[in-house]
Ligand binder design. Structure first.
Ligand code: ACM
Ligand code: ZN
Length: 542
């Protein structure tokens, strides 16, 4: 192997997300057929994963016996913590658990530049890396209701999350425009609720597409996705959004609404006043039945019940809702929503599940165990209830509309804005800070109707976001930008359609207005389709 090449290729450590500590030393470790690999029993799955990656890029596996590369369990470290020490002749990995060892493998993948392997050997600069996550919850929320993304798309996303040390994929499974998961007890949810008769568009002159649109994840698809994610340490959190955003459910089972009238699955976006009836016991039974199946499919300890954007107009004139309010002695219909959530949260807690809701749903009555996901900006809602709840002990996930909604164009949510966001809302106390368990970025898909656009909206913002979730020291945007360039090559190598040259200094209000008023695809259409040398499947499909 040519030594000059080695030095040119690997003389800077550009790890994304940024490790807690990273010191480069002189020299290189060369991995080739003679290198051997071993590890403590607790870390075996990560050792196997490392060897699997070696095989994928070099077409041979390392022999498993003590020698050059060793993964050691270190009981004084936390489970996700790791340290990598690379010397000229050996690599020592220490990890506090198998999770930490997996994260070490992802770092080694970048250090060895495994996506660009050639010559039958790999080279890694000598270094010391110490690392652990800032937040325990590092997620992406993906809406597969407005536009459907299938198990291949979802597996692709899981691969990308795992590479970036993210550990949550929150699937928004149903909304007014579609119900997207198989439920056996109510087949009409799929026969009717999974299809709509057209789709609103905002493509300049095109305002509506009359093509029938639909699809859903079967139970077999979900089993595949859950297993795929489990093997990459990604937790899939299902969301069944109630009581609003339920037109597709109500179109399938009209008795679920207050009036019981037949409605079609929505073809237009926005907030609907057709919501579930909170007064009829049959609504609760229906939800228990659906959630029983959802819990069977998704083993996550967490389950999302939405609770956002639910106008209560129909409740105010519904005899059943009014009677329920009276019976319970509640003061208003916001309390009725909290009652509904408490009933379901307590049903689900018997199955070992903890509920998450959007911050719209907060109420002093809401069960203290429910985790809040904060999304609104100040113009929509005061953040005070969220802050008070966090300071009062409620756990929270932050998904700020202005900083982490990647369905919006880069002119409104530029990279810099994503990277410089502080998720610890002003007013959260030192004690309260511990209740912020993490962050999620969101991809709502009203105007994301293709895999190419999904990739465009997600990348490169996901890199910046992953670093905010993982790294306690993500505070230098220019340093981030220069480090991230190397990861762009990884995106190129995978043929990912990431947004190029979208680094706005500030929000561009004129372009943002164009997105809202005329053309949701302006940025996407302005970018020429990249020419990719090798459009190969780099999916980690082991
Ligand atoms: C939301 O964006 N409605 C949670
Ligand atoms: Zn009602």
């Amino acid at each position: 192997m040519n030594n000059n090449n080695i030095i040119e290729r690997s003389n800077v450590l550009n790890i994304i997300p940024k490790p807690t500590k990273c010191i480069q030393r002189d020299g290189y470790f060369i991995l080739d057929r003679q290198t051997c690999l071993f590890g403590d029993r607790q870390l075996e799955p990560a050792v196997k994963q490392f060897n699997w990656l070696i095989n994928k890029c070099l077409n041979y596996r390392l022999e498993l016996h003590k020698g050059d590369i060793y993964f050691a369990f270190e009981s004084t470290m936390s489970p996700s913590q790791y340290e990598i020490s690379v010397g000229n002749i050996s690599i020592q990995v220490k990890a506090g658990g198998v999770l930490g060892a997996f994260y070490a493998v992802e770092t080694l993948r970048q250090l060895f530049e495994m996506d660009f392997a050639s010559n039958g050997a790999l080279v890694c600069p000598c270094c010391l890396i110490q690392d652990k996550p800032r937040f325990t919850h590092r997620g992406l929320s993906l809406d597969i209701a407005r536009h459907f993304y299938n198990k291949e798309d979802i597996s692709f996303i899981i691969d990308q999350l795992a590479r970036l040390k993210m550990n949550v994929l929150h699937l928004h499974l149903c909304d007014d425009q579609g119900f997207r998961v198989q439920i056996d007890k109510y087949p009409q949810l799929n026969q009717i609720g999974s299809y709509r008769e057209g789709t609103s568009k905002r493509n300049g002159t095109v305002k509506f597409d009359t093509t029938k649109y639909g699809g859903y994840l079967t139970k077999i698809d979900v089993a595949y996705i859950v297993d795929y994610a489990r093997r990459r340490n990604v937790d899939i959190i299902p969301e069944i959004d109630i009581p609003g955003h339920t037109v597709a459910m109500i179109a399938s089972c009209p008795q679920l609404s207050c009036k019981g009238e037949q409605v079609p699955v929505s073809t237009r976006w926005g907030i609907s006043k057709t919501i579930l009836c909170a007064g009829k016991q049959s609504t609760y039974q229906f939800l228990y039945d659906v959630l029983d199946e959802v819990c069977q499919m998704f083993p996550s300890r967490l389950i999302h019940l939405g609770g956002d954007e639910a106008p209560k107009d129909s409740w105010k004139t519904c005899p059943d809702c009014m009677a329920k309010l009276q019976e319970l002695g509640l003061q208003d219909y916001k309390q009725l929503q909290a009652y509904m959530f408490n009933q379901i949260a307590s049903y689900l807690s018997k199955k070992g599940k903890t509920v998450i809701c959007w911050n719209d749903c907060l109420s002093p009555m809401l069960d203290q165990r429910v985790i809040v996901q904060h999304w609104t900006n100040r113009l929509m809602k005061s953040p005070m209830p969220t802050i008070e709840n966090i300071n009062g002990g409620r756990k929270a996930i932050i998904s700020h509309f202005d900083y982490t909604y990647f369905d919006y164009p880069y002119c409104r949510t530029p990279l810099r804005k994503v990277y410089t966001y502080n998720p610890i809302l002003k007013g959260i106390s030192k004690e309260g800070e511990k209740n912020v368990i993490g962050m999620e970025c969101c991809l709502w898909t009203e105007f994301i109707d293709s895999r190419a656009k999904l990739e465009f909206n997600l990348f490169p913002r996901l890199l910046a976001f992953a670093e905010k979730c993982w790294s306690s020291n993500a505070d230098d945007y220019d340093d981030y930008l220069s480090r991230s360039r190397q990861y762009y090559r990884v995106l190129d190598r995978q043929g990912i359609n990431y947004a190029r040259n979208m680094e706005y200094r500030n929000v561009d209000l004129i372009k943002t207005a164009r997105f809202f008023l005329r053309d949701a695809n302006a940025e996407f259409n302005a970018q020429p389709t990249p020419v990719v040398d090798i459009k190969e499947s780099t999916s980690d499909n082991q």
